[in-house]
Write a protein that binds this ligand. Sequence first.
Ligand SMILES: Nc1ncnc2c1ncn2[C@@H]1O[C@H](COP(=O)(O)OP(=O)(O)OP(=O)(O)O)[C@@H](O)[C@H]1O
Ligand SMILES: [Mg+2]
Length: 503
Amino acid sequence: MNLAIEIENITKTYPGVLANSDVSISVNSGSIHAIVGENGAGKSTLMKILYGMIKPDSGSIQIFESNANMSSPKDAINLGIGMVHQHFMLAKNLTVLENIILGIDKPLLKNIKLSKYKSEIKKVMDLYSLNINLNQYIDELSVGEKQRVEIIKVLYRGAKILILDEPTAVLVPQEVKELFKNLKELKDKGVTILFISHKLDEVLEIADEISVMRSGQMIDTVMNNNVSKIQLAEMMIGKSLPTPPPRITSSEDEEVLSINNLSSIDEDGRTVFKNITFKVHKSEILGIAGVEGNGQKEVVESIIGIHPLDTGEVVFRGEDIKKQSTRERLESGISFIPEDRQLQAMIMDMNLTNNVIIGRQNIEKYKSSLGTVKTRNAAKESEKIISSFEVKTPSTNTLATALSGGNQQKFVVGRELEDNPSLLIASQPTRGIDIGAQSLIWEKLRNSRDEGLSVLLISADLEELIGLSDRIIVFYQGKLVKELDADKVSPEDLGGYMTGLKK
Ligand SMILES: Nc1ncnc2c1ncn2[C@@H]1O[C@H](COP(=O)(O)OP(=O)(O)OP(=O)(O)O)[C@@H](O)[C@H]1O
Ligand SMILES: [Mg+2]
């Protein structure tokens, strides 16, 4: 088989970090090659080097068996390499068509013949069996569809090698299925795919070969049919994972959060959610299941006050907090892990210590009489988070953006658990986190729950939802359609309620 990519002896250091250490890897043309490894192992760094975004300190790359000297993504694109970023880079208020041709420096945009572009793009879509309405606005698309636009965009630019860094982290199970169908089609047409994921079941489903990285080094590359999930996990984290013990404590009767008859109608008169009623008890994890877009995200946002309500009550520890500001709610003992860490949870070009303080400037610990903040206390706090959540970073002064994605996530979870909240609203708390760190976070959440914390858990990972929750409620078309005992439900059943097939 021909080689599409040959990476030889790549090394890349950052101050205090050896991100890639003498990494070599060969990728067969027309194959799907997965890269797995714990958070901070160096996967994204390697992909950014391959895409010309970062220059390595040393080492060489061959693309289709010729030397590749890349100093920018432009060079990579010219060599037939395309990358779909985890945070999509689409312009929301433009159509699919406009987004795909955006930035192509052929004729000036105002003079272009849209119909010519349209037929060229249609050809690409037909060739690879990818379907999307070119006239739709990006705003109107689901996450899976936006990702498809990104893929079509790079294929239209001639990509024969496709880099996907954690493409499934943002997708619901149905969308993952659709993506995998598309990837197999692309592979059959000769496209080479590099695929990064923390979900080992997915990797085993889609990849031909799997490379494992650890601490900046390439540990091994194995054929898919020669490896089990457990072996893969052990190669990744160097040890096997403990199975969680069954719960021995139980939830208390006290209602920490009581949601009564919540409804919300949007500007166009459509129901966002309707007559939602549920309770979260002290020492309980209540899971919320639902395919994206069924109202659950908005219900949760209305609890912390960032989504408007039309009717209903949000009772937290006996008091209706509906009229309180978001800040008052957060200061009164509600913690929030938003689903998008980079947009909502951290300020990326601030260091970790300052990221501990944001939104908490008024807390006793950080507020000084002079109207400034007590940075020293925050530095202590951030040190504590780094050690107890095993966040990989050289120091508390490191900028958030210099952490690997999974380590940013671990830091946010640690911060939100730090101040002993009464209620934690956790949206996708382990998204992008490696299996070792995931089991650490699960353990922390279970322990906090056993010590009295109430958790409202929203997760697209059904295994996580079932494994962590005490009870699960299911949202479908803006309504709460089912309550289930987490001990007695299978992922298939849960999926059935989520898609409306089961009632
Ligand atoms: N711009 C940067 N400045 C300093 N250090 C960086 C920078 N980018 C990455 N690093 C460091 O390099 C190491 C590898 O990071 P990388 O993002 O490649 O990990 P990863 O394997 O993709 O992890 P994850 O699974 O969490 O996404 C990490 O320790 C990270 O902190
Ligand atoms: Mg990464």
